[in-house]
Design a protein around this ligand. Structure first.
Ligand code: ADP
Length: 421
C-alpha cells in the first residue's frame, strides 16, 4: 500500500510518498513559490533515496498546477518511483485548523469540507491553502480516498481551565474563541518516541515537548495526553518564533493602531510576519544567521538569542508546574534538533527542577535521537527529530483499515522491527 502525504501551504506544496508494507519513504519533495506572482518563479525539488536531488523550474499559478506537477513527477520514467498513479491507495492532507469540530483524523466528505470552510475564519492564513490542496487532489484523483489530518486534533484533550481565555465567556459561546494549539502531529510523534526511549508505557508518561522550528510551540503531556500547549486560537500565541511575536499584551495592538494609523488586521499581520526573531534582529529569521551574527558582536542578535531562550525557559518552568512529575523534556524541529546553544540556554540553571544537561553531549547532538541529559538528571532531556508525515501516513492507513483509535495513533511503525527513526 502506497500513501501520499500532502501539506499545502499558502505558497508551497510538500509531499512524501510512503510504502506502507516496506515501511519506506519512496520519495519526498516540495513545490515552492506556488500562486505568488502567478506562480512564475515556482520550482520543484524532488528527492528519491540514493539518487541526486532533482530541481526544476515550473510555473504553478495554482495549487492544482503544483499537484499535477507532483503527480507527473511521481510517474515520470526517469524521475518517478511509480509505474502508474493508480498505485497510490490514499492521500493524507495536513489541515492546520480543525477547530473543535475535529478531534481526530477523518475521511474527507462534502460535509467535512463544508466544516473546514467554516474554520477558515479561525485560520485565515492556513486553512484556505489546505482546502485548495484537497479540492485539487479530489479533482485530479476523484476515486482516491482523501483523509484530513489536523494540527489541532492532538490538543483536543485539554481541559477547559487550560483552553479557555479569561475574556467574556460569551466570546467562547458565540465564536468558539479558545486555545486550540498546533503542531499536534509533531508533539504526538516525538512524545511517543520519548516513551519508547524511556522504556515506559506512553499512558504513564509525563512529557514536555518543545517544537522549535520557524513556528514554535510547546506542549505539556500528562499520562499520554495533551493538557496544555503554548499556541492558542491561532499559531500567533506562545513562544518567540521566526517571524511571529508569540505572547504579548493585547493592549499593544490598539496602542500601535492609534500611533501608526493602522487597522488591527494590519498590526496582526505585522505580528505574524515581522515580529519574533525577525522583529528583534531587524533582519534575520534563521537562528543560524542569528547565532553567527551574535558571535560577531551584533547586539540585536545577541538579544534575540537571550529573549528566545528566556521565553523557552519560562514555558519549561510553567509546564513543570502543570505536570508535577516530568519524565522527559524533548527538543524537536529545525532549531530544537540543531541548535545546542538554544537548548543549553533554555535549560541553564534548571538543576533545581531536576534538569541537568550534559553540555558535552548536547554540543554535538544534531538531527538524531540523543539523550542529552546527565545520568543523574531526574528529567531525561532528549533531542528527537520529528516526523509529522509518518503520523499522517499512519492515520491514513488506520482509517483505511477501519482501526483508527486516537489512543493508538502512531504506534504501528515504531513497533515494527524495521523502524529506524
Ligand atoms: P518549519 O517551521 O518551517 O518547518 P523547521 O522545523 O525546518 O521549520 O526549522 C527551521 C528553522 O530551524 C530555521 O529557521 C533555523 O532557525 C533552524 N535551524 C535549522 N538548522 C539549524 C542549525 N544548524 N542551527 C540553528 N538553527 C537551525
Amino acid at each position: 500500500m502506497k500513501i501520499l502525504a500532502l501539506n499545502c501551504g499558502s505558497s508551497s506544496a510538500k509531499y512524501q510518498l510512503y510504502d506502507w508494507q516496506k515501511k519506506q519513504v519512496l520519495c519526498k519533495g516540495i513545490v515552492e513559490k506556488v500562486v505568488v506572482d502567478h506562480g512564475k518563479g515556482a520550482f520543484i525539488k524532488h528527492e528519491v533515496p540514493d539518487r541526486p536531488v532533482y530541481k526544476q523550474d515550473y510555473p504553478c499559478p495554482s495549487h492544482k498546477d503544483a499537484l499535477k506537477l507532483i503527480f507527473d513527477t511521481l510517474v515520470d520514467p526517469k524521475l518517478g518511483v511509480l509505474q502508474s498513479i493508480q498505485e497510490i491507495s490514499a492521500i493524507g492532507h495536513r489541515v492546520v485548523h480543525g477547530g473543535s469540530k475535529f478531534a481526530r483524523s477523518v475521511s474527507i466528505t462534502s460535509e467535512v469540507l463544508a466544516k473546514l470552510k467554516e474554520n477558515i475564519a479561525l485560520a485565515p492564513l492556513h486553512n484556505p491553502a489546505n482546502i485548495e490542496g484537497i479540492l485539487a487532489a479530489q479533482e485530479l484523483m476523484p476515486n482516491l480516498p482523501q483523509i484530513g489530518v489536523f494540527d489541532t486534533a492532538f490538543h483536543q484533550t485539554m481541559p477547559p481551565h487550560a483552553y479557555l481565555y479569561a475574556g467574556p465567556y460569551e466570546w467562547y459561546e458565540k465564536y468558539e474563541v479558545r486555545r486550540y494549539g498546533f503542531h499536534g502531529t509533531s508533539h504526538l510523534y516525538v512524545s511517543k518516541r520519548a516513551a519508547v526511549l524511556l522504556n515506559k508505557p506512553y499512558a504513564e508518561c509525563n512529557i514536555i515537548t518543545m517544537h522549535i522550528g520557524n513556528g514554535v510551540s510547546h506542549t505539556a503531556i500528562k499520562n499520554g495526553i495533551s493538557v496544555d500547549t503554548s499556541m492558542g486560537l491561532t499559531p500567533l500565541e506562545g513562544a518567540i518564533m521566526g517571524t511571529r511575536s508569540g505572547d504579548l499584551d493585547p493592549a499593544i495592538i490598539p496602542f500601535i493602531c492609534q500611533r501608526e494609523n493602522k487597522t488591527p488586521a494590519e498590526v496582526e499581520n505585522l505580528l505574524n510576519k515581522s515580529g519574533g526573531l525577525k522583529g528583534i534582529t531587524g533582519k534575520y529569521t534563521d537562528r543560524r544567521d542569528i547565532e553567527r551574527a551574535a558571535k560577531e558582536g551584533d547586539a540585536r542578535c545577541q538579544l534575540a538569542i537571550e529573549m528566545e531562550a528566556y521565553r523557552l525557559k519560562k514555558y519549561i518552568g510553567a509546564y513543570m508546574a502543570v505536570l508535577g512529575r516530568v519524565d522527559a523534556l524533548v527538543f524537536t524541529a529545525g532549531a530544537g534538533e540543531n541548535s545546542p546553544l538554544l537548548r543549553e540556554k533554555a535549560c541553564e540553571d534548571l538543576e533545581f527542577l531536576g534538569i541537568r544537561l550534559d553540555k558535552q553531549v548536547n554540543s554535538t547532538a544534531r538531527g538524531k535521537e540523543t539523550l542529552i541529559s546527565t545520568p543523574d538528571s531526574r528529567v531525561k532531556v532528549f533531542v528527537i527529530p520529528t516526523n509529522e508525515e509518518l503520523v499522517f501516513i499512519e492515520d491514513v492507513v488506520a482509517i483505511l483499515e477501519n482501526r483508527y483509535d486516537m489512543h493508538t495513533r502512531f504506534t504501528y511503525s515504531f513497533q515494527s522491527k524495521d523502524y529506524k527513526p
